[in-house]
Design a protein around this ligand. Structure first.
Ligand SMILES: Nc1ncnc2c1ncn2[C@@H]1O[C@H](COP(=O)(O)OP(=O)(O)O)[C@@H](O)[C@H]1O
Ligand SMILES: [Mg+2]
Length: 243
């Protein structure tokens, strides 16, 4: 199947310093070649495992502004990107994207500010919506067919119901030739059928199945018996306190 992005590769012999950020992060230190799914690739892993660093480097390498948004936005409100993109080789597929969007969860507000400043039609009242509403509005009205969408924890502002709405929108866009690369903690989003899931942890990056993710297992166990799981957590805390 045709892809927009095929894979990235870390050009290891160019790396200047394996001891420092971002190369010291295990997921980067062990990075070799990473294949993308033609439809959806997820990055999951604990806080601090390197998801944002990796997703951002892929986005920059694919031509997005580090601050996020469409490729036309040129905000430099808070330049903070790592140098990782300079050491990545990106292989593109036969499918050329018609635009796209890079969502940085932390900078969604900047993106709306920038869009307002541009006076882009339809963006002007984004600040009157909640972050979740604004993002879903953008996904529905501004995400176009055959686009490249790189999203860093898009669920952050979305209720479970709206996460499902986002997945419905993803399906429409994917059927129309779009490709998604998404970091997430959401056991809902990562259930997208057929998605490729990469787990980032201390051992590096490995491909996992949905039901093997901690997100799936913990959520499932929790929902089956919330009280029991919390009793265990509280018992651990109490034991630690009385030590
Ligand atoms: N600009 C930076 N300089 C130094 N260390 C950083 C910087 N940004 C992130 N880190 C560190 O790199 C690690 C990975 O961060 P990040 O990619 O944001 O993880 P995630 O998105 O998975 O939570 C963390 O330990 C974080 O503290
Ligand atoms: Mg992050």
């Amino acid at each position: 199947m045709n892809r927009i992005l095929r894979h990235i590769e870390l050009v290891r012999d160019k790396v200047p310093n394996w001891e420092a950020y971002p190369f010291a992060i295990p997921a980067v230190a062990k990075l070799d070649r990473l294949e993308f799914d033609p439809r959806v690739t997820f990055f999951v892993g604990d806080n601090g495992s390197g998801k944002s660093t990796l997703v951002e480097a892929i986005a920059i390498k694919a031509g997005f502004n580090p601050e996020g948004g469409t490729k036309n936005f040129q905000t430099r409100l808070r330049p903070s990107e790592s140098s990782l993109h300079e050491y990545l080789r990106l292989a593109r597929g036969a499918r050329r994207e018609h635009g796209g969007f890079f969502l940085r969860a932390e900078t969604m507000f900047n993106v709306s500010t920038e869009a307002e400043a541009y006076g882009a039609y339809g963006w002007k009242d984004l600040h009157e919506k909640s972050h979740g509403e604004a993002f879903l509005w953008v996904a529905i009205h501004r995400f176009r067919d055959r686009g490249l969408f790189i999203l860093d924890e898009p669920e952050a502002a979305l209720s479970p119901q709206r996460q499902l709405a986002l997945m419905g929108r993803m399906r429409q866009l994917i059927r129309a030739g779009s490709q998604f690369i998404v970091s997430t903690h959401s056991p809902i989003l990562m259930a997208y059928p057929g998605a490729r899931i990469y787990l980032l942890d201390r051992g590096g990056i490995e491909r996992v199945s949905y039901t093997d993710t901690e997100h799936y297992a913990v959520t499932k166990t929790f929902l089956q018996d919330p009280e029991r799981m919390l009793q265990r957590v509280f018992a651990d805390v109490d034991a630690a306190e009385s030590e």
